[in-house]
Design a protein around this ligand. Sequence first.
Ligand code: MN3
Length: 240
Amino acid sequence: MGAVSRREMMGSLGTMVTAGGWLALGADEAVGQVTLGRSYVLPRLPYPVDALEPYIDGETMELHHDRHHAGYVRGLTAVMGKLDVARRSRDFSAITTLSREAAFHGSGHMLHSIFWENMARNSGGEPPRSSRIARAIDRDFGGFEPFAGQFQAAATSVEGSGWGILGYEPIAGQLVVLQAEKHQNLSIWGVVPLLVVDVWEHAYYLRYQNARADYVSAFFHVINWKNVDERLDRALKLTT
Ligand code: MN3
C-alpha cells in the first residue's frame, strides 16, 4: 500500500470515528461505508520461483507460496466469514476458537506477504551506509554485526515453528528483534515488522533438512534491503 492510499485510508477512518459514527452504525451500514481497501488474496511472488537459488530453492519457494501461504489466505477468509455469520446471528459461542484462528491465519498471511518482498535476487549483504535502515541499525544495535548476530540467534532458536523479526517499535521509536512462535505469539503490540524470516520447517527442509542455522545464514544473501528501508520509511509515519 502506498503512502497516499494509507493516508487516505486513515483519513476516511478518522472521519468516521470523529463523527462518532463507528460504533453507532449497524453492521451492514458499517460494511457498506467503511472500505479498508483489500480483501485477502494471495499476492504474486515478485520474482520467479527459482530467483533466489542457490540460497532458497525453487521447489521450496513454489510449495511455500502456492500451498502454505495460500492455506493461510483461505483460512483467514474462512474465519472472517464465520465471524460475519456470528455477528449476524448474535451467536458468539465460538468466539475463542474464531479469535485464535483469526490471529493464526491473519498473522500467517501478514508475515508471508512481507517475507516474499523482503527477498530479491542479487541482493543481500549489508544495507547501503547512507540508507535510513543502516543508520537505525547502527544506532539501535551498535552496528550491523551485532544486529545480524541477534537476528540470526533469535531466528535459529525459535522454539518449534515461527519467525525471526526485525521490527520498528513506535513508542520509543527504535528497532527491535523479536521471535514469533507459530505466527502470532510473542509479539509486542504495535511493532511494525520490517524484515521477517520464516523458520517453519516447510521454509527450508527440502534443501537444508534440520540445519536451520545454515538456512538463516543463507537468508542474509537474499535480503532486499531496499524493501526493508521502504518499510521503515512508512513505519516512521505511523504514530501510536
Ligand atoms: Mn511459511
